[in-house]
Design a protein around this ligand. Structure first.
Ligand SMILES: Nc1ncnc2c1ncn2[C@@H]1O[C@H](COP(=O)(O)OP(=O)(O)OP(=O)(O)O)[C@@H](O)[C@H]1O
Length: 728
């Protein structure tokens, strides 16, 4: 008896999922038995005629597994097919090592010919009559075979590709072809030039080593060969449709996850490109690389509480409880408050969020009869410039950088603002309040001091009498690695806090985020905060969530604004694409809010099911939608700071801000009206400050962009009165 390794090739899993339940069960048993002993006579394991590397084995009476021999005792499960189909169509199977990616590809021409019929051949019954209508021109007739191959298209498919004449046939082929072939053809069909496709689609997945077309063993270890090896992983796939991402990363994603970086690294990319998935895999990779241990060496943090809960849930599913034990998963404000609460300054305080902090500013301005600056401006100035940069003195504020803050202010203005800020802080102290910005700033200061002490202790353990007395635990760095998701919305104080919690060095910080999705006004320059990501940035461009149609419409909502790269450079959505297709977004205007509410109920009813969400620009509208749907007999629940109140409810309703990081099958974006998005009040305040005005507009566009890209299949956008200036 000899044991074998059996891996599952990417894409084979998708087809296996479509098989009847009983067959899936048989596959699970089969792969287990095959690993134990491929020679087991019950498996009828044999090589297929004309295919030196291709074998078949019995799954049950009617189904056969197709296995590719990689060498030694290594086999790859590439397909499961009805028994007769296998033996009648031996000439329809092909496999290769892709000469561009170096990944293993299996091609089943029989399945693909069902969507792209091969040449129908001569008409069997030619009768005289009117001349036949000319055939439509093949979509890829203008491309030389050599060009397509250079882009990474699978050679055995070239003949069929040249016969594609409709978009439906193209989509059908893309569904069964190797990933890169599908992506290249769809990008060309979208009008991208060969150079653009080479640059955006092919080059990122090109093999880094030399490719030997016969060395399947080496090919197995390349990122482009997405295979799973463990029984448990296969079982997950068989049981769970959403299990795919747990095992199969796109080669570009895998490279980013497994690379070693000499310092902080950043991954960007449009919505749904898998940044969160990459962050989760990165955490698992880092913990596995640390080896066995008990300590929580890794911090995984994100913007808010319910995203942190979601990360915990997903990391458990991906990596299991042993890895989870080694990771602290906490949202950034909670991280800060856990540091500050036990301290003297933090004891007995009540935390207030940004909205309440602005109300406190307003009350102060009313008491003082001050009208020179509005409450929002002062709140931003105080939290971003003063607290953000850890400014503690008036003189320090005179010197502080105000990049990206809007109109310049004079020395005299700074003096007056500083005085107001002091009064504001005193007012909060009197009331026993602390804003979350103060908490973040204080936490950053505590951790920076701790980091300095630790560095001094490690540099010179003998010279400091004080540190000698203290236990070594205090002098251990908080974390070995920190992974951050939704990074675009963290403030300067948050970054200073994180910088202080992990010593500078290889793989210290891994940062995932998309500045196009920034919906709070924290623009930072990581370089100026001691986090140098230069030369260690990667970008993901393939969306796994959103369809091509939604993605195109959503990108249009961003207008011609410019976006930063979390540093002093620019970011854009070049190459952002999807191979998924679905209906175009629907836009509907109504005369009144009541009519729009009726429209929302009608749309929910028309969709009939799936996961549906309604998002609106203002908080008061959430309750109104909920009530209206209730009266129409549709159950719904609101999403608050802790997530959906009743997650199983068929419809979730929330403000656009609440949808950050979430995903639904269908989205209604309602109330996209003039005066609501962008909010008239906010624009009025910003009217005298062109830079601030621009920032508010950009933020409102981002909000709409985030909302639209939560949808997997369908989006309906509506308004009442005049539509928002952002809509086409
Ligand atoms: N390699 C992959 N194969 C299959 N599905 C994937 C893959 N990578 C990501 N996905 C799926 O795509 C969806 C979006 O992934 P994820 O949430 O990580 O994207 P994101 O870039 O963080 O999105 P956003 O910026 O909008 O929050 C998820 O449903 C995820 O499971």
């Amino acid at each position: 008896m000899s044991q074998a390794t059996l891996r599952l090739l990417d894409k084979a899993d998708k087809e296996i999922l479509k098989l009847p339940r009983a067959v899936k069960g048989a596959i699970y048993d089969f792969q287990h038995r095959f690993r134990q002993d491929p020679e087991n006579p019950g498996l009828r394991f044999k090589q297929l005629k004309g295919h030196p590397r291709l074998y078949s084995a019995r799954v049950n009476l009617d189904y056969r597994a197709l296995l590719l021999h990689a060498g030694g005792n290594d086999y790859i499960l590439v397909a499961v097919r009805p028994r007769q189909e296998v033996y009648d169509n031996l000439d329809k199977f092909a496999y290769q090592i892709n000469p561009v990616t170096g990944g293993i590809e299996f091609l089943d021409l029989l399945t693909i010919e069902k969507v792209v019929p091969p040449d129908p051949g001569p008409d069997p019954d030619p009768r005289p009559g009117p001349a036949p209508r000319p055939e439509p021109a093949p979509l890829f007739a203008g491309y030389a075979a050599g060009t397509l191959l250079e882009l990474g298209v699978a050679e055995p498919l070239l003949g069929l590709i040249m016969k594609i004449t409709t978009e439906d046939e193209l989509l059908g082929l893309a569904a069964y072809a190797p990933q890169l072939t599908g992506e290249v053809l769809l990008a060309l069909h979208d009008g991208k030039t060969v150079e653009e496709v080479l640059d955006q689609v092919t080059t990122p997945v090109k093999a880094e080593d030399e490719i030997d077309a016969d060395d399947y063993q080496s090919a197995l270890s390349r990122p482009a060969t997405a295979v799973t090896t463990k029984d448990a992983a296969l079982q997950e796939i068989l049981e769970d449709d959403f299990g795919r991402w747990r095992v199969f990363l796109h080669p570009t994603q895998r490279k980013i996850v497994e690379r070693s970086y000499r310092g902080p690294a950043r991954v960007s990319g449009g919505p749904g490109t898998g940044k969160t998935i990459v962050a989760l895999h990165r955490v698992r990779h880092l913990v596995e690389r640390l080896g066995p241990g008990e300590r929580t060496d890794v911090l995984l943090t994100t913007f808010n509480k319910n995203l942190a809960a979601d990360l915990r849930h997903r990391l458990l599913a991906l990596a299991g409880p042993d890895i989870l034990r080694r990771v602290d998963i906490v949202n950034i404000d909670r991280l800060a408050s856990d540091i500050v609460t036990p301290t003297e300054a933090g004891a007995g305080r009540r935390w207030i969020d940004d909205t309440k902090a602005v109300v406190q500013w307003q009350e102060l301005l009313d008491e003082l009869g001050q009208r020179r600056w509005d409450a929002e401006f002062l709140h931003d100035e105080w939290s971003q410039v003063i607290l953000g940069q850890g400014v503690t003195t008036r003189a320090g504020y005179f010197r502080a950088r105000r990049a990206g803050r809007g109109r310049p202010i004079t020395r005299e203005d700074r003096a007056a603002i500083w005085q107001l800020a002091e009064r504001y802080v005193m007012r909060l102290d009197d009331k026993g309040l602390w804003t979350i910005r103060q908490v973040a700033e204080r936490a950053a200061r505590i951790e920076a001091e701790r980091a300095r002490d630790t560095a001094a202790y490690l540099a010179d353990q003998v010279s400091s009498a004080k540190v000698q007395r203290e236990s070594g635990i205090w002098h251990r760095p908080r974390y070995r690695h920190i992974v951050v998701d939704e990074a675009q919305d963290l403030s300067a104080a948050h970054w200073r806090l994180l910088r202080a919690m992990v010593p500078e060095g290889p793989d210290d910080l891994f940062i995932a985020g998309d500045t196009h999705q920034r919906i709070y006004s924290h623009q930072v320059s990581l370089g100026s905060l001691g986090i140098n990501i230069r030369g260690r940035s990667s970008r993901l461009t393939l969306s796994y969530r959103t369809t091509h149609e939604i993605l195109r419409a959503a990108a249009g909502l961003l207008g011609t604004e410019e976006w930063d790269d979390l540093d002093d450079g620019r970011d854009d959505l070049t190459g952002y694409r999807s191979v998924l297709h679905g209906p175009e977004p629907v836009y509907t205007g109504y005369p009144t809010w009541a009519a729009e509410l009726d429209g929302i109920a009608a749309q929910v009813r028309a969709w009939g099911g799936g996961s549906i969400a309604v998002c609106v620009p203002a908080r008061r509208m959430v309750g109104e939608v909920e009530r209206w749907l209730g009266q129409a007999g549709i159950e719904s629940c609101a999403i608050d700071g802790d997530g959906p109140k009743k997650p199983d409810s068929p419809v979730h309703v929330g403000t656009m801000h609440r949808f950050k990081g979430l995903e639904y099958q269908r989205m209604i974006i309602a109330g996209v009206a003039d005066g609501l998005l962008p909010a008239g009040r906010v624009l009025d305040h910003a009217a005298e400050d062109p830079l601030r005005y621009r920032r508010e507009l950009r933020q409102a566009r981002s909000l709409l962009f985030v909302a639209a890209t939560r949808a997997r299949d369908s989006v309906a956008i509506s308004w009442h009165g005049r539509k928002s200036r952002f809509l086409p």
